[in-house]
Design a protein around this ligand. Sequence first.
Ligand SMILES: [Zn+2]
Length: 144
Amino acid sequence: MHPNGIDDNPLLTTALEAAVPLHIMNLTQLHPNVRERVRTRWAADGVDEIAYRGDTLQFGSKKRGEAAAAFNALARALAAGAFQPGGITFCGLHWCVDHTECVDAERQASERPSLLDREPEPAKPSGPTWRGRPVTDVMLPEVA
Ligand SMILES: [Zn+2]
């Protein structure tokens, strides 16, 4: 949580708690082929809208309807993400269409060792070496 950040906005999170499930319900009622097209479009529109006007969600806008458009795009994008394996989590809120997949993914992730715990393997030189170091010919400029 960042103080005064987007995740510290109870009005936004409360509105998302209401709006995203409605968009998920709308998507579930579509034929799977149509749903995938709509989800793809909602996700892309949401990314564009948030990239261009995401600040209106935090700070509002003097332009009438601009914050509502950004909010609706965000809510639809989150609904689209809810159909992904593992669902989607935003501002501490989580939406998904099959939570058992989320639980399975969390369990599998917790069972795997962290990449930070592993020592990286040094890259092996592909050419000739001298005392383990790669040997490279360097062309020096000729002196007149
Ligand atoms: Zn879930």
